[in-house]
Design a protein around this ligand. Structure first.
Ligand code: CP3
Length: 339
């Protein structure tokens, strides 16, 4: 087992900087598209043999130091009681979003063994053969709430903020249920064999720092604190984190994942007790090999001031990315960081 990633999570010195890529299993890989051509996305997530197969693809093809479970942050939300559909161009849609107290009261806290057995089975299959650690994941409560309230992806998160400002009681009761579901879901993933977990707070950066502190941070912290006794590294990825990173770093995670809009040196200062993960702009993978190398080296250099560094993109890889450039990036990180 290549444990470089786990050591870096714990802040230990490693022979080289481990690297994995957010959304590393996906449409930019022809090998993924081949399997995806036969089944729709949700079926792929819910068929353990296929989900395990696409999880392993980037490990074999790119040589990354960790695998991330193939699933989606919306899978446990569906089981709380929302009707989920994925549309080819428009993305995910919930046809019965949460807008009233009644809507929230109808939601249940999931029982992972009964509600998402396929996720746990995928993890068990993967743990039998993987040569790198497996990362389990979930949406952070605020990011999950945006999908549940908006009914899909959003630009301004207006309905979510409307509830935060105008119906704090509804917001709190919804967030408590999401946090409990997230704790149950991630605990089950860890019990099934996930060796680390990542909370994706993809939309936390849409909040002002003070709204983040009251409406998102306490629930992320609650999840992280509940998982601590299970003794696996916890990564908290906060997208668009520049204005809220100092607060987010107090949530108790072992690793802070950061996007590319913040300079790595500044991110390290704001997260000094943590391992840092990030933060290449996914669009740099559309440039030349020379530019990819130059940018990666700069990040590696700045991240040396952190207790440890896990190289990653600053957000998910884009579907149009040339796979050979991703492979080049992984090689560059491994070679340049080797001691
Ligand atoms: O390789 C991996 O990282 C594991 C798989 C993974 C997926 N989604 C698969 C996926 C992970 C970790 C996610 C997380 C996820 N899902 C997030 C948080 C990360 C982020 O990017 O901010 C969010 C916000 C979602 C919700 C989601 N899923 C949206 C908005 C969409 C549609 C947009 C899109 O990219 O198509 C998805 C679909 C999705 N999730 C795909 C994949 C591979 C594409 C589906 C397909 O194959 O057609």
């Amino acid at each position: 087992m290549n444990n470089t990633f786990i050591y870096a999570c714990a802040g230990m010195k490693t022979d080289y900087t481990p690297v994995w890529i957010m959304r590393q299993a996906g449409r930019y890989l022809p090998e993924y598209r081949k399997i995806r051509a036969k089944v729709d996305f949700l079926t792929l997530c819910k068929t353990p043999e296929l989900a395990a197969e696409v999880t392993v693809q980037p490990v074999d093809i790119l040589g990354v130091d960790a695998a991330i479970l193939f699933s989606d942050i919306l899978i446990p939300i569906e089981k709380m009681g929302l009707k989920l559909k994925f549309y080819e161009k428009k993305g995910p849609k919930f046809s019965n979003p949460v807008r009233t107290q009644k809507d929230a009261d109808r939601l249940k806290i999931i029982n992972p063994d009964e509600d998402v057995p396929y996720v746990l089975e995928t993890i068990r299959i993967l743990c039998r053969g993987l040569k790198v650690p497996l990362i389990g994941f979930s949406g952070a409560p605020f990011t999950a709430a945006t999908y549940m309230i908006e009914g899909g992806s959003s630009k301004n998160f207006l309905e979510t903020k409307r509830i935060i400002y105008n119906d704090p009681q509804l917001y709190q009761s919804l967030m408590e249920k999401i946090a409990e579901t997230t704790i149950a879901y991630l605990s089950a993933q860890i019990k099934a064999g996930a060796q680390a977990v990542q909370l994706f707070d993809s939309w936390a950066g849409a909040l002002s720092p003070s709204d983040y502190e009251t409406a998102a941070f306490p629930y992320a912290k609650k999840v992280i604190e509940a998982l601590k006794p299970l003794s696996v590294p916890i990564i908290y990825f906060v997208n668009d984190c520049a204005g809220i990173l100092s607060i987010a770093s107090e949530a108790g995670a072992d690793v802070m994942g950061v996007d590319w809009r913040i300079d790595m040196s500044e991110a390290v200062i704001k997260t000094h007790r943590h391992t840092i993960q990030g933060n290449l702009d996914p669009c740099v993978l559309f440039s030349t090999k020379g530019h990819i190398k130059e940018t990666a080296l700069e990040i590696l250099k700045k991240a040396k001031a952190a207790r440890a560094h896990i190289f990653n993109l600053g957000h998910g890889i884009l579907p149009e990315t040339p796979p050979e450039n991703v492979k080049t990036l992984v090689e560059i990180v491994h070679e340049a960081s080797a001691i």
